[in-house]
Design a protein around this ligand. Structure first.
Ligand code: SF4
Length: 499
C-alpha cells in the first residue's frame, strides 16, 4: 500500500490532500450560459454531498458567465468551490482563473497540435515543450495572483501529438504528459496543483495512476491526485468500472479526490463516490470485510478465459463444468493460476457490486486470474452473482460477453439528451458481443476520447450527431431521432474484421 502523503492545498474554502478526507466532486451538464439552470444543478449537487463542482467553459463568454453563476450561488449562501473545465482555449482558462477556485486544463489539447500523426525530432520535441510553457505561463501568473489551483487533467484519449509520437497512447505517455506540465509549473514556482490521469479503460487508468505515484515519489513530488474513470456510461456497468478503478486505487492509499462519471443526473454520482471513499478511502477498509480465498486451476490450464463460479459445488454459471478439479491453495500462486473467491456476509446488492468490483481488481492487478467466485452468504441469487461476475470481468478487459458501451457524462457542451440516446442505443445493440460502441456529447472532445471504440455516435450540433466507424466519420449531422437506427444500419453493413 502507498503510504506517502500528498501535500495539502486549498480550493476555495476546502482543503484537499494531506490528511484531509478524500473529497467528492462532480460536474454540471447544463449550458454554462444558462445561469439559473446551472445554479440549480450546483445546489442539487451540494445537497447530495458534493464538495466541489466543475463547470465547462468552452469559450471566453462562458468563462465570463462563471462570475454570474458564482454570484448567484453566494447570494443563496452556497460557497462550494467551483472549477472551470477548459479544453483548447487558454484564453478561457485565463478569464475563469480570475473567478473560480480551480481551473482544469487538458495538456493534450491546451496547446496547438492535435492528432496529426506528426513525427518529432529531439529538437522539435523540445521546442514544442518550450512553446507550451510559454502559453501556460500567463495562466500560472493569474492563478498565483488569485490563489486559484490548477488541475492538470490528462485523458488517455486526448494526448498531444508530441506525446503520442514518443510514447504512444499509453499509460506511460499519460504520465510523461503530466510530468512535463508539472515541471513547467514548478519552474514558475507554482505548486497548487492537482493531477488526474483518466481513461475509459480501467486497467490503463489504474496503471497510469500507480505510475505517476512512483514517478512523483522518485522525483520528490507530492501533488494530490484526482481519480476517475472516464466515459464509464451508466447503470451497473458504469458503477462497476468506477469501483474497479477508483476503489482499488483508494484501497491502495492512492487518491485525494474522486469523481464517479455517470451518464445520468450528476447527483447520482455522489452516493457512489461516497460509498467508495467510505469503504476504501486512504487505504482504510471499513465495514464488513471480505474473506478472500485462492483456488488452483493447475489441472485446467487449457481454459482460455477467466471462469465464473457460483456455487461451492463448483458448478459454473456459464455451463463450463471443468471446475471439478479446483483445489484450495494458498496465495503464493501467480494470478493466472488462481481462482479468486470473495465471500461477503450478506450485504445489499448495490454494496456488493461496488465491493466485489474493487476487491477483485485489487487481487488481479498484475496477472490474468483463472476465475472469479463471488459469494454473499445466500443473499444474492446464483444468476445475479454470475451476471455480476461477467460484468466485472468485462470491465477489466478479461473476458467479453456483451457489447461494451462507453459514454461521456455530458457537460455544457452537450446539445442532445444523451441519457435517453444511450439507453436507446443500448437497447438496440446490447447483444453485439465484442463490439465497443461510444456515445459522446460533443465533437470537441468526443472523437478523441472514444479511444478504442468500433463505432461512435458523437454530438455535432443542436439535436444532431455524427456517426463514426473507428476514427472515421461515416455520416454527418444525423437527426438525433433516427441516430440509433442509423447506427444499427451502419454496424450491420460494415465488416470490421479486415479493417
Ligand atoms: S465529450 Fe462529453 S463530457 Fe467531454 S466535453 Fe464533450 S460533451 Fe462534455
Amino acid at each position: 500500500m502507498f503510504t506517502g502523503s500528498s501535500r495539502e492545498i486549498s480550493i476555495g474554502n476546502l482543503c484537499l490532500g494531506g490528511n484531509q478526507p478524500v473529497r467528492v466532486q462532480s460536474m454540471t451538464n447544463t449550458s454554462t450560459m444558462d445561469t439559473q439552470a446551472t445554479v440549480n444543478q450546483v445546489i442539487r449537487l451540494v445537497n447530495a454531498g458534493c464538495e466541489m463542482v466543475r463547470i465547462t467553459a468552452s469559450n471566453i463568454r462562458e468563462a465570463e458567465n462563471l462570475k454570474n453563476i458564482k454570484a448567484a450561488l453566494i447570494q443563496k449562501g452556497i460557497n462550494v468551490p467551483l472549477i472551470a473545465d477548459i479544453h483548447f482555449q487558454p484564453g478561457a482558462a485565463e478569464v475563469a482563473a480570475q473567478i473560480v477556485h480551480k481551473v482544469r486544463i487538458n495538456p493534450g489539447n491546451y496547446t496547438g497540435s492535435y492528432h496529426h500523426n506528426k513525427s518529432y525530432t529531439e529538437d522539435e520535441y523540445k521546442r514544442e515543450l518550450e512553446a507550451t510553457a510559454k502559453k501556460l505561463l500567463p495562466l500560472i501568473k493569474i492563478c498565483k495572483t488569485h490563489h486559484t489551483a490548477i488541475r492538470i487533467g490528462i485523458n488517455h484519449g486526448s494526448l498531444s501529438d508530441r506525446i503520442l509520437f514518443r510514447y504512444g497512447n499509453t499509460a506511460e505517455g499519460m504520465v510523461q504528459s503530466a510530468m512535463e506540465f508539472i515541471e513547467i509549473c514548478r519552474r514558475a514556482g507554482f505548486h497548487d496543483l492537482v493531477l488526474s490521469l483518466k481513461s475509459s479503460h480501467v486497467p490503463t487508468m489504474i496503471k497510469a495512476n500507480r505510475l505517476i505515484v512512483a514517478r512523483m515519489f522518485y522525483a520528490g513530488y507530492d501533488y494530490p491526485l484526482h481519480l476517475g474513470v472516464t466515459e464509464a456510461g451508466n447503470g451497473e456497468e458504469a458503477r462497476i468500472k468506477a469501483a474497479a478503478g477508483i476503489g482499488s486505487l483508494l484501497a491502495a492509499g492512492i487518491g485525494d479526490t474522486v469523481r464517479v462519471s455517470l451518464t445520468e443526473a450528476p447527483e447520482n454520482e455522489i452516493p457512489v463516490a461516497r460509498r467508495l471513499i467510505e469503504f476504501y478511502g486512504r487505504g482504510k477498509k471499513t465495514g464488513p470485510q471480505v474473506k478472500v480465498d485462492f483456488y488452483s486451476m493447475r489441472k485446467n490450464k487449457s481454459i482460455g478465459f477467466p471462469l465464473v463460479i457460483t456455487s461451492p459445488k463448483a458448478k459454473n454459471a456459464d455451463a463450463d463444468s471443468t471446475l471439478l478439479n479446483i483445489e484450495k491453495e494458498d496465495d503464493t500462486l501467480n494470478n493466472k493460476d488462481k481462482i479468486i473467491r470473495l465471500s461477503y456476509s450478506g450485504i445489499p446488492y448495490e454494496e456488493l457490486l461496488l465491493r466485489a468490483s474493487a476487491d477483485f481488481t485489487r487481487y488481479t492487478l498484475h496477472e490474468k486470474p483463472a476465475g472469479i467466485w463471488i459469494e454473499n452468504n445466500n443473499h444474492t441469487s446464483a444468476e445475479d452473482l454470475a451476471a455480476l461476475s461477467l460484468k466485472i470481468l468485462q470491465a477489466l478487459g478479461l473476458r467479453y460477453t456483451k457489447t461494451e458501451f462507453i459514454a461521456c457524462p455530458s457537460c455544457g457542451r452537450t446539445q442532445f439528451d444523451i441519457e435517453k440516446v444511450l439507453e436507446e442505443v443500448k437497447s438496440k445493440l446490447d447483444d453485439l458481443k465484442g463490439l465497443k460502441i461510444a456515445v459522446m456529447g460533443c465533437i470537441v472532445n468526443g472523437p478523441g476520447e472514444m479511444t478504442g471504440a468500433d463505432f461512435g455516435l458523437v454530438g455535432s450540433g443542436a439535436g444532431k450527431v455524427n456517426l463514426y466507424k473507428r476514427k472515421q466519420i461515416i455520416q454527418k449531422n444525423v437527426d438525433i431521432a433516427t441516430a440509433g437506427d442509423e447506427l444499427l444500419k451502419l454496424i450491420r453493413t460494415i465488416d470490421l474484421t479486415n479493417q
